[in-house]
Write a protein that binds this ligand. Structure first.
Ligand SMILES: Nc1ncnc2c1ncn2[C@@H]1O[C@H](COP(=O)(O)OP(=O)(O)O)[C@@H](O)[C@H]1O
Ligand SMILES: [Mg+2]
Length: 220
């Protein structure tokens, strides 16, 4: 699926202080199936941007089109459905639910259909190399295994777009490379669009395009 950002801006307001302009006039087009890396210094606005693209936050102005749909024209329920249907998101910290097993965590985004999704959940677990840990709890896993679980959870609804915000930022180099490989392979296999934020230049260089963000603006 295409993702188009049109003149996106995001400001934060605070009483008795000037507005903080976090994103300024961002414009780009990511075409269907592309693998794109956002890079830039800490505080540049990368997380704010990827959260907006992932429909978890609204811009102050501007538009995001996913496919042909002007997403923010919809209400929150619409955004939620759009997200569930089309988007998988991976964070730097996995945000797994500690009282749920690996298998249950993966089924959470599809909980009402968990019985019919069971087979698919196990096949995703196999793909990420964690089938043998399906009944374990997150605190019994290594950092890399936790992130694989988070990735598997992002795949359960067959998203056409995967967003990952510094997915390897909290992992050692070797484990990070394994996760990166999974992300890129999955995107190639399924034709889904991959949008990631990374500080890792080696990883960014594997992407089809790099978009640099600096001080809330795109730079070259
Ligand atoms: N809720 C908020 N209120 C005010 N400022 C915020 C808020 N969230 C983020 N910011 C500011 O936005 C800027 C960009 O943050 P972020 O998108 O997290 O950057 P990055 O991911 O590139 O490190 C930072 O200066 C941060 O302090
Ligand atoms: Mg960030």
């Amino acid at each position: 699926m295409n993702i188009k950002a049109e003149n996106l801006s995001k400001n934060y307001k605070k009483k008795n202080s000037p507005d903080i302009e976090v994103l300024k006039n961002i414009d780009f087009l990511i075409t269907s199936g592309q693998k794109v890396a956002f890079t830039g210094p800490s505080g540049a606005g990368k997380s704010t941007l990827i959260h907006i693209l992932g429909l978890m936050d609204r811009p102050t102005s501007g538009k995001v089109y996913i496919g042909d749909i002007d997403c923010f024209a919809g209400d929150d329920e619409y955004l939620c459905n759009m997200r569930k249907k089309n988007i998988g998101f991976i964070f730097q910290f996995h945000y797994l639910m500690p009282d749920f097993t690996v298998l249950e965590n993966i089924l959470l985004p599809a909980w009402s259909e968990r019985n019919i999704k069971l087979k698919q959940a196990r096949s995703i677990l196999k793909k990420v190399g964690l089938l043998h840990r399906q009944n374990h709890f997150p605190n019994e896993l290594s950092g890399g295994e936790e992130q694989r679980t988070a990735f598997a959870r992002a795949l359960i609804n067959n998203p056409r777009i995967i967003f990952a915000d510094e997915p390897t930022g909290n992992l050692d180099k070797t484990t990070g490379i394994e996760i990166e490989k999974l992300l890129f392979e999955n995107s190639s296999e399924t034709g889904s669009t991959l949008v990631l934020v990374t500080h890792n230049e080696e990883l960014a260089s594997k992407a089809d395009a790099i978009i640099k963000i600096s001080d809330g603006q795109m730079s070259v």
